[in-house]
Design a protein around this ligand. Structure first.
Ligand code: SF4
Length: 344
C-alpha cells in the first residue's frame, strides 16, 4: 500500500537508533532477499572520458579544475576493454564520462553497437543530460540502461550546486529514458552541504515516485579541487546516516537494483561496500578503467583501488561477495521490473 511509503515514515526510520536501527538493517536485508534474491550482479565501469563542460561545485572533474589531465579513451580501446570483461563474472559494461553534449555522441553510438554485437554484454550508459533523439539513437544502437542521478531533490540546492542546469531538466531527461523503454537509474548524494534529513527523505521518496530500475547513492565527500573544499558532509558527525539512507531506500524501493557504491568504501575503507551489501544493496561495480586513466577520474578524493588493474578489481569484488555468502549474478541482470506482466 502506497500509504506505507510516506515522508513521515522515511524520517522516522532515518532517526532510528540502537535496537530500532538493527531492526531497520535486518528489515532492509530481508526486503532485498525477498525481492532480489541472493545474487549480486557485477557491473564493470569504464570511465572512458573525464572531459566535462559542466562545473558542478562538488565534482573533482568539473570543467574549471585545471589540475586534471583530461583524457578520452579511443573507441577501439573501449571495445577492447569490453572484450576483456567478457568471460569474467561481469555481464554489463557501464560506460561513464563527463557531460559533453554533441561532441562525441555519434562515436558513442558506434561503441555501443560494437560492444553489443561483438561481446553480447549488457550496456549501461551514464553521460548526463541529452535530448530525446540522442537517447533514442543510443537505444537503437543497443543501449540497455541509463544512469542519471538527480543528486538532490531540493530545487534550490540543485541549482546552486549544478550551475546552468535545473532539477526539472534532469527529471525531463529521466522521463524521456523511461518513455523509450530504457532501464532507468538515478540516485543522489547523501549529506550535501545544506542538506537536512527532510531533503534526504524527499530524495528517497522521489526515487520511489520515479519507479526506477536502478538507484545509486553515496556519501558526499568534499574534493580539495572544488569550491566545496573545506565544507563537511552534512552528517559528518553521524556517518551511520549513510547506511540508514541506503536501508530506507531499499525498504521504499524493493524491486530496484541498488549498487554498493565505491563512495561507501572511501568513507569506510575496506568495509563500506560489504556493509552496504548487508543493508540493502545487490549490485557491485568494479572499476574496469585502465590504471593509467583512473587516477584522472576522481569525482571525490579517497577513491579506492586506483592502483588496481581491472582484473584485480573484479577478483576482489568476487571475493568480497562470496565472503558474505552471496551468489554471483548470472546473465545480464536486467531490471526485475521488466519481467513479463510488469510495466516499466
Ligand atoms: S558531476 Fe558530472 S556533469 Fe557535473 S562536473 Fe562532474 S562529471 Fe561533469
Amino acid at each position: 500500500m502506497e500509504s506505507e511509503y510516506t515522508k513521515e515514515r522515511a524520517l522516522g526510520l532515518l532517526s532510528a537508533e540502537g535496537d530500532a536501527l538493527e531492526d531497520l538493517y535486518r528489515h532492509a536485508d530481508m526486503v532485498r532477499r525477498n525481492h532480489m534474491g541472493e545474487e549480486v550482479f557485477i557491473r564493470g565501469i569504464v570511465e572512458f572520458s573525464n572531459i566535462c563542460l559542466n562545473d558542478c561545485l562538488y565534482c573533482g572533474i568539473r570543467a574549471s579544475n585545471r589540475d586534471v589531465a583530461r583524457y578520452a579513451i579511443p573507441p577501439e580501446e573501449i571495445v577492447d576493454i569490453a572484450h576483456a570483461m567478457k568471460g569474467s563474472e561481469q555481464t554489463t559494461v557501464v560506460l561513464q564520462s563527463g557531460e559533453t553534449p554533441g561532441m562525441a555522441d555519434d562515436k558513442l553510438g558506434s561503441v555501443i553497437r560494437r560492444i553489443k554485437g561483438e561481446t553480447g554484454l549488457a550496456v549501461t550508459v551514464s553521460v548526463g543530460n541529452r535530448p530525446y533523439e540522442t537517447y533514442r539513437f543510443w537505444k537503437e544502437c543497443g543501449m540497455d540502461r541509463y544512469l542519471l542521478r538527480f543528486e538532490t531533490s531540493d530545487r534550490a540546492l540543485f541549482a546552486r550546486l549544478r550551475p546552468g542546469s535545473s532539477l526539472d531538466e534532469r527529471l525531463r531527461c529521466l522521463g524521456h529514458l523511461k518513455d523509450l523503454g530504457v532501464q532507468t537509474g538515478s540516485g543522489f548524494m547523501i549529506g550535501l552541504p545544506g542538506e537536512r534529513p527532510e531533503v534526504l527523505a524527499d530524495n528517497i521518496i522521489l526515487c520511489r515516485s520515479l519507479d526506477l530500475d536502478m538507484i545509486g547513492i553515496g556519501p558526499f565527500i568534499p574534493h580539495p579541487g572544488t569550491p566545496l573544499r573545506g565544507t563537511k558532509n552534512a552528517y559528518h558527525d553521524d556517518p551511520e546516516m549513510f547506511f540508514k539512507a541506503l536501508a530506507v531506500l531499499r525498504v521504499f524501493n524493493p524491486d530496484a537494483h541498488i549498487p554498493a557504491t565505491t563512495a561507501f568504501d572511501a568513507v569506510f575503507p575496506g568495509s563500506g561496500r560489504d556493509l552496504a551489501l548487508k543493508r540493502g544493496a545487490n549490485v557491485f561495480m568494479p572499476n574496469n578503467t585502465p590504471v593509467r586513466y583512473k587516477k584522472e577520474y576522481l569525482l571525490y578524493p579517497g577513491k579506492p583501488s586506483v592502483d588496481e588493474s581491472p582484473e584485480e578489481c573484479t577478483e576482489a569484488a568476487v571475493a568480497r561477495i562470496e565472503s558474505l555468502g552471496r551468489i554471483i549474478g548470472k546473465g545480464p541482470g536486467h531490471s526485475f521490473k521488466k519481467r513479463p506482466g510488469r510495466g516499466l
